[in-house]
Design a binder for this molecule. Sequence first.
Ligand code: ATP
Length: 238
Amino acid sequence: MTEIPKNHPRYESLRIRELLVRGVEEGVTSKAGLIAHGRGEAFDYLIGERTAEEAELAERAALGALLSAKNPVISVNGNVAALVPRETVLLSERVGAKLEVNLFHRTEQRMKAIRVKLEEHGAVEVLGTEPDAKIPGLDHSRGLCTEEGIFSADVILVPLEDGDRAQALSAMGKQVITVDLNPLSRTSMCADITIVDNITRAFPNMLTLEPLEIDLDNRENLSGMMKLMCKTLSSLYE
Ligand code: ATP
């Protein structure tokens, strides 16, 4: 890993980029994942690179929903596995959720590399490499999943997800929770609970925050995040 001086003003952001570059080198993250990260970073600037009040509320609501689910599942892609492998495993243990690898750019090598990475960080069982079901409305490789996991999940956490799949999961009647720094993405708009926070803060937070069982008004929460972004921008002009 490239040595980043700890006193660099953007140390944390550079450290996270390095994790993704390493993810690509390990065959865990796709090149397109680097582009998705860049989009996320831009929105992170606008929220001041910290967890907003609205995001913390959504994180607590997400914990409440996952804990009260019958079959909660956390869907893992190449960016999630590169950035927060240990926290993903610990979160699945905290809320009793299954882990399933699900990729937009699916290759068998990457599916396996992600499974192995999660196992190295303590996962006992990682679903996804042997799919036996399909999410209706998606083309073949994007829709592949397991009956035991994503297909039968009642509550699903799909961080950093593509809009089509989030919409298809929602159309199946599942409660969809996402982590997405872009409050304008299709995923953010269609989810039941959108956590507008960097996953590198959201997942560690979710290991310690108190769960909250509430019927979160997602539109209102997203609108709060957009107002915060506007406020950050306008404060720069004052
Ligand atoms: P959509 O299809 O939902 O309209 P999109 O085309 O931007 O949006 P993707 O690129 O597939 O979708 O999804 C990646 C999403 O994840 C982006 O909205 C991006 O802002 C967000 N993202 C990227 N990195 C992070 C991160 N570290 N933490 C939280 N969100 C992130």
